[in-house]
Design a protein around this ligand. Structure first.
Ligand SMILES: Nc1ncnc2c1ncn2[C@@H]1O[C@H](COP(=O)(O)OP(=O)(O)OP(=O)(O)O)[C@@H](O)[C@H]1O
Ligand SMILES: [Mg+2]
Length: 386
C-alpha cells in the first residue's frame, strides 16, 4: 500500500540523510532524523529531528518506537536496538544481521570468503603485534594493506605498508586485517538495490579516482572506462552480493578491477553511497529515490544513465582553511552548462571535510572531464577571513 503517512526514521543526519529526506519529500513521505548534532545537514530538511546518539541502545529504541520504517545513513549504529524494534513489528532496512556483518571489516571479509565472493586474500589478527609476528615469520610480505576491523571510514582505518619503515610509522593498532595489495587497473563501484519482493536493480558501474593524500574519492566517472564484459561482470557481482546479504535497500559494492582482469569485492555499504551522487542529475532514478523505493517495497526504478557521461567531484575543505565556510567560484561554475552543485549545509569547513559535491554532465566522457577540470580549478571551499 502506498501511504504517504508512513514515518521513515533515519539513523544519522549527514549529507546522505539530507539527500534521502529531500528525495522522500517528493512523495510526501515523512522523514525523522536521529543525530547527535542539532543543525546537522539532514536536520535542515527533515520532518522531525531528534537529538541523540545512534550508537546508544535507548536512544535508538526510543527514536524508533513511533516510526514505521527505520533505515540508516551510517553503518555504525546500535544494532541491538534495531533488533528489538524489529521484534516490535517495525520494518528495519538494512537488516540488523547484515549491518552487524558489514560493520566489522573482519566479519565482512569472512562473509565474502564463505559465500565464494571474490575478494583480496586476507588474514585476521587480534592486534598489530600478531601481524608483525606474521611478517617476521615470513607469512606476510611487503607490500600489503592493513585495515582496522572497526571504526574505519574515509580511508582512516587503512594503511598501505610498502617498506620496513612503514611497519614502524604507519602500522595501525588493535584488531586488524592484512590483505593483499590489489594490482589495480581501476577502482569501481556498483550500487545494487533490493526490495522485500526480492526484486533487484543495479546502477551502471562508476570509476573512482582517489585524492593521493586524504585517501578520499575526489573524482568519479560514469560510465566507467571498462569493457562491456567487465561492466556486466561487475553488475552481476553486485547483484550476487546483495542477494547473499539478503538485505533490502541499497548496497554499494566497492570493487577492484585487477590488471589480470579479475574483479575483487573490496567492501560494501548498505546505504546510499558517495559513488552514487551523480545519479541525482544523470540517471532515470537517483540512488536516494531508489533507496526509498526499496525500503518501502515499491517497484524499483531504472538506474540507467540519461546523460552521455557524468563526473562527480567531492567538494572538500581546502587545506589551511578552518571555520565558517564560503564557496569561492560558484557563480563562474554555475554559468557552465551541466554543472550541478550540491551543498550539504555544514556551517564549518576544515581541511578535506566533505562539504558538498558537484555533478558535471556532458554528451561524452571527454567533454564532462574537461568541464570538471574547470570546476575543480574554480570552485574552492574556504573559511571566511576576518
Ligand atoms: N587490498 C587493497 N589493495 C589496493 N588498494 C586498497 C586495498 N584496500 C584498500 N585499498 C585502497 O584504500 C581505499 C580505502 O579502503 P577501504 O575502502 O577498505 O576503506 P574505507 O576507510 O572504508 O574507505 P571509504 O570509507 O572511503 O570507503 C580503497 O578505496 C583503495 O583505494
Ligand atoms: Mg571504501
Amino acid at each position: 500500500m502506498f501511504s504517504t503517512t508512513r514515518k521513515i526514521g533515519i539513523l544519522g543526519g549527514g549529507q546522505l540523510g539530507k539527500m534521502l529526506c529531500l528525495s522522500a519529500a517528493n512523495w510526501d513521505f515523512k522523514t525523522y532524523i536521529l543525530d547527535p548534532t542539532p543543525g546537522c545537514p539532514a536536520s535542515q530538511v527533515c520532518t522531525g529531528f531528534t537529538q541523540g546518539d545512534f550508537n546508544n541502545y535507548n536512544d535508538v529504541l526510543e527514536f524508533g518506537k513511533d516510526k514505521d520504517i527505520i533505515t540508516i545513513e551510517i553503518e555504525h549504529v546500535n544494532t541491538e536496538a534495531l533488533r528489538e524494534l524489529e521484534r516490535m513489528g517495525k520494518t528495519v532496512h538494512p537488516s540488523p544481521a547484515a549491518l552487524e556483518t558489514i560493520k566489522d571489516k573482519g566479519t565482512q571479509k569472512l562473509f565474502y570468503q564463505s559465500h565464494d565472493i571474490p575478494t583480496a586474500p586476507f588474514e585476521l589478527f587480534d592486534n598489530e603485534q600478531a601481524l608483525l609476528q606474521a611478517v617476521t615469520e615470513g607469512r606476510w610480505k611487503l607490500p600489503f594493506v592493513q585495515k582496522t576491523r572497526t571504526a574505519g571510514y574515509d580511508g582512516k582505518g587503512v594503511a598501505v605498508l610498502r617498506t620496513p619503515a612503514d611497519l614502524e610509522k604507519k602500522l595501525l593498532t588493535g584488531p586488524c586485517i592484512a590483505e593483499e595489495l590489489a594490482d589495480m587497473q581501476a577502482e569501481i563501484a556498483v550500487i545494487a538495490a533490493r526490495n522485500e519482493r526480492g526484486e533487484v536493480s543495479v546502477f551502471p558501474a562508476v570509476e573512482m579516482d582517489f585524492h593521493p593524500e586524504a585517501n578520499l574519492v575526489e573524482f568519479l566517472l560514469c560510465p566507467a572506462r571498462i569493457s562491456p564484459l567487465q561492466e556486466a561482470e561487475a553488475q552481476a557481482l553486485a547483484e550476487r552480493v546483495i542477494r547473499s546479504f539478503d538485505c533490502c535497500g541499497l548496497l554499494a559494492v566497492e570493487m577492484f578491477l585487477t590488471r589480470s582482469g579479475e574483479i575483487w569485492v573490496n567492501e560494501s555499504a548498505p546505504r546510499p553511497h558517495n559513488s552514487g551522487h551523480h545519479t541525482i542529475d544523470s540517471a532515470i532514478t537517483s540512488q536516494f529515490q531508489q533507496h526509498i523505493r526499496a525500503i518501502t517495497n515499491l517497484p524499483l526504478g531504472s538506474g540507467e544513465q540519461v546523460t552521455g557521461a557524468a563526473v562527480m567531484l567531492n567538494l572538500l575543505g581546502e587545506e589551511g582553511h578552518k571555520g565558517p565556510v564560503v564557496y569561492r567560484g560558484a557563480e563562474e561554475c554555475l554559468a557552465l552548462e551541466g554543472v550541478h552543485i550540491h551543498l550539504y549545509g555544514k556551517a564549518l569547513t576544515s581541511p578535506f571535510r566533505k562539504m558538498g559535491h558537484v555533478t558535471i554532465t556532458g554528451a561524452d566522457t571527454e567533454t564532462a572531464i574537461k568541464k570538471a577540470d574547470l570546476v575543480k580549478k574554480w570552485l574552492k571551499v574556504e573559511a571566511v577571513r576576518d
